[in-house]
Design a protein around this ligand. Structure first.
Ligand SMILES: C[S@@+](CC[C@H](N)C(=O)[O-])C[C@H]1O[C@@H](n2cnc3c(N)ncnc32)[C@H](O)[C@@H]1O
Length: 256
């Protein structure tokens, strides 16, 4: 599988906002205490780590070794997570699981193929949960500046699986026409402060402007970003309200 996040893992772990306790608690309540949960596209354990103590066991699966290594490091002694190198095409190789969560990772997959596999693998009451920003999330306050900088370095292209790019279909519509068509959603708001390092670190956490994409232009990128951001906002401080959506999808109840 292509190296999508080359060198991004430490920046991802440090600078991407967490989802916040209420969102994690919502997932824990949905899945139930004794359940085995697959976190597919787990990254550095953004969901797996805070969820682990609240469910029976988490299978944390990702194709990126660096992300898994960062997850293992952050999880420390958290015992009930199993870190597995794998991806959306290897679901049949995994130990059995009761539910699935995907945090900002579904767009990397052939979504219909994944849902067809999950229909074979999940028990009747198995839940598919998607976690991420809402469709209506307002633009980050530094984004006009950073977009210009990324464009100047030729690293501004949003990336996703070829099937996502082909149709651009929203996750809701893919789920609604799948076996997991009963949808329910909740939103959780969090107010977040950012400084200059956090805004720049965030850029290095994105697949399209990850360190591997920048190569030996990384230092110039960071210096340009710093200069342009401070020119636009000399305080070097920003705030934003992040809204996390937890979208759960279940199979329709069987008619008697
Ligand atoms: C944006 S990160 C999300 C990490 C974490 N779930 C979170 O919510 O912060 C997307 C992750 O999906 C992984 N990924 C990419 N393609 C995948 C695939 N086909 N199957 C499973 N995971 C994939 C990437 O390696 C990356 O770690």
């Amino acid at each position: 599988m292509e190296d999508l996040f080359g060198g991004a893992a430490p920046y991802y772990a440090k600078y991407r906002p967490r989802y916040g306790d209420p969102a994690i608690q919502h997932l824990a309540m949905t899945f139930g205490q004794g359940s085995t949960v697959l976190d597919l596209g787990c990254g550095p354990g953004t969901i797996a780590i805070p969820l682990a103590g609240r469910v029976g066991r988490v299978l944390a699966v990702d194709p990126d070794e660096e992300m898994l290594a960062e997850g293992r490091r952050l999880a420390g002694a958290t015992g009930n997570i199993r870190w597995i190198k794998g991806d959306s095409t290897t679901l049949h190789d995994l130990p059995a699981f009761d539910h699935v969560v995907m945090g900002r990772s579904f767009h990397w997959m052939d979504r219909r193929a994944v849902l067809a596999d999950l229909d074979e693998l999940l028990p009747p009451r198995g839940v598919v949960a998607l976690v991420g920003p809402t469709r209506e999330d307002p633009q980050e306050p530094w984004e006009p500046v950073m977009r210009r900088v990324r464009e100047a370095f030729g690293v501004n292209t949003f990336t996703a699986s070829s099937s996502f790019q082909a149709t651009g279909e929203h996750h809701d519509d893919v789920l609604a026409t799948s076996p997991f068509s009963v949808l329910d959603r909740a939103h959780y708001e969090e107010h977040l402060p950012y400084d200059l390092d956090a805004v720049i670190g965030l850029q290095l956490s994105y697949s399209y402007s990850a360190p591997a994409r920048l190569g030996d232009r990384r230092r110039a990128f960071v210096e340009t970003a710093r200069r342009e951001l401070l020119a636009a906002n000399p305080s070097g401080r920003w705030e934003r309200t992040a809204v996390t959506e937890v979208l759960t999808a279940r199979r329709p109840p069987r008619s008697p």
